[in-house]
Design a binder for this molecule. Structure first.
Ligand SMILES: Cc1cc2nc3c(=O)[nH]c(=O)nc-3n(C[C@H](O)[C@H](O)[C@H](O)COP(=O)(O)O)c2cc1C
Ligand SMILES: Nc1ncnc2c1ncn2[C@@H]1O[C@H](COP(=O)(O)OP(=O)(O)OP(=O)(O)O)[C@@H](O)[C@H]1O
Length: 168
């Protein structure tokens, strides 16, 4: 049993010393309810939730995150649902996976990673973990923002020409 970045602790279902470890991962730049949904969904698939936060240099399929690596890791680690947040490895994605030793890896509903390709790569590395996919969170009211990209687009549309201290 480990103590996570937010100090929370979980016992295994029967109080045994080997809790089922669930692993989530992502960029998590500017938190929103879609992130919370994903992390709660992932947490429900195990007894203990670990999260790998992607390094800026490894975010290549979309715009680079605005917030620094450590800030994104610290925000995720402060959430009640998360036992421990880890900054990803700069080069070898399997280093933190091996250290964490997950029983189940939970991919996000829209993550570009291919489930069977990851399962094959894990098997080749000798890591015995199930690979599953989380569900999506739909907006619950008009205007709810469920994507970092959407928040940034709105911010640029509405505040793009103003400083944060107010109208010029
Ligand atoms: C099993 C697994 C392990 C990963 N480990 C790392 C890692 O160690 N370092 C890292 O920078 N990214 C890692 N990633 C990648 C990111 O978490 C993420 O998938 C991607 O770079 C960011 O895009 P997204 O937030 O749109 O998914 C890993 C992804 C998976 C599926
Ligand atoms: N609306 C949502 N419902 C469920 N999961 C979500 C939702 N939005 C994001 N996630 C999940 O959160 C994880 C981290 O996502 P990421 O940081 O890429 O957020 P994002 O807001 O979708 O980013 P961007 O808008 O830049 O693509 C991913 O696994 C993603 O599937």
């Amino acid at each position: 049993m480990s103590e996570g970045t937010n100090g929370s602790r979980h016992d295994g279902e029967d109080g045994a010393d080997s809790p089922r470890i669930a692993l989530a991962q992502g960029t998590f730049d500017i938190l929103h309810p879609g992130h919370l949904h994903y992390l709660k969904d992932a947490a429900a698939r195990g007894d203990e939730l670990h999260v790998i936060v992607a390094r800026r240099d490894n975010v290549t399929h979309k715009s680079k995150p605005v917030c620094p690596d450590r800030q994104r890791r610290d925000m995720i680690g402060a959430l009640e649902v998360v036992d421990e947040a880890h900054l990803g490895h700069p080069e070898d994605l399997f280093v933190p996976v091996r250290e964490i030793g997950p029983d189940v890896i939970v991919l996000g509903f829209d993550q570009h990673h291919d489930e069977s390709a990851i399962a094959d790569a894990l098997a080749a590395e000798g890591i015995d973990a199930e690979v599953t996919r989380a569900t999506a969170r739909e907006p619950r009211y008009e205007g709810e923002l469920l994507s970092t990209g959407d928040i940034i687009d709105k911010l640029l549309r509405e505040r793009g020409r103003r400083s944060h201290s107010g109208p010029e």
